[in-house]
Each structure stands twice: as C-alpha cells, then as structure tokens.
Design a binder for this molecule. Structure first.
Ligand code: SF4
Ligand code: SF4
Length: 129
C-alpha cells in the first residue's frame, strides 16, 4: 500500500474522487468480505508522489484516519500477499498484481519505522498545522 484507512473512517467517501490512482473504493465496493470502511487498494496506490500531500488524507475530515503502510515493493511482497487485510487484484493475463509483479511508487521520506507504526499521514505531513 502505501496508506491504510482505519476504523475511525466515517464512510463519507470524500476521498474516493480525490484519488489520482482510483485506488479507493467505498465499503460497499471493498474486496474485503464484510467490509465496514472505505478501502484503499494497495496495488493501485501511488502515495500521490507527484503532489505535495496525499490527496486522500488532505480531504479527509477525520483527523488521523489515514495512516502509512509499507511501500508496495518486492521487499514487502509477503506483507501484502499473505495478509487478510488486503485482497490484491488478479489480472487476467498477469495474474496476482503483487508487489513483485506490479510495484508502485512510494514516498522515500517516510521511514520504515513510521510505516511499521502506522503513523498518521496527516501528522507526518503537517496537514493539521
Ligand atoms: S475521507 Fe476519510 S472519513 Fe471519509 S471515507 Fe475517506 S477515509 Fe473515510
Ligand atoms: S495516497 Fe494518493 S494514490 Fe494513495 S490512496 Fe491516497 S489519494 Fe490515492
């Protein structure tokens, strides 16, 4: 991924239309069984690397709702493929769009420790100041 939407999400879906990668879906469209919250598809999230801040976190009305996850790169393949927290899309020809097959850009200034701790995107990028 990239980023995770946590259980403080109020399902306003304001983030969906802001995402430049169409990586966000409502709970009703989530690939997770019985999903209660808006979901980010890690295989599509590009961490808004070309923007000043991630668009989803910038528009989200719930402070600290969106947090960092590991980069979607081969190094973290097992993190995404072996977890029940994600359902990775299967491409008709390419198969599972895992980080090894389909790595995504990520923000290098966000540390591994911040990602492992699921630090708030807004906090790291000073969205609330
Ligand atoms: S903008 Fe925030 S609260 Fe609204 S759906 Fe997205 S993550 Fe949830
Ligand atoms: S960080 Fe950017 S690309 Fe990733 S889900 Fe949020 S808006 Fe979409």
């Amino acid at each position: 991924m990239a980023v995770i939407i946590t259980d403080s999400c109020i399902n306003c879906d304001a983030c969906i239309d802001e995402c430049p990668a169409t990586a966000i879906v409502s709970a009703d469209d989530s690939p997770l069984e019985g999903a209660e919250f808006t979901y980010v598809k890690p295989e599509k999230c590009i961490e808004c690397v070309d923007a000043a801040v991630p668009k989803c976190a910038d528009v989200c009305p719930t402070e600290d709702c969106i947090v960092w996850d590991m980069p979607y790169t081969a190094e973290y393949n097992d993190h995404f493929v072996e977890s029940d927290d994600y359902v990775i899309r299967v491409h008709k020809k390419l198969g599972l769009m895992s980080p090894e097959v389909n790595p995504q850009p990520y923000r290098e200034n966000i540390t591994k420790e911040q990602r492992e701790a699921h630090v708030s995107v807004g906090e790291t990028l000073k969205l609330y100041n």
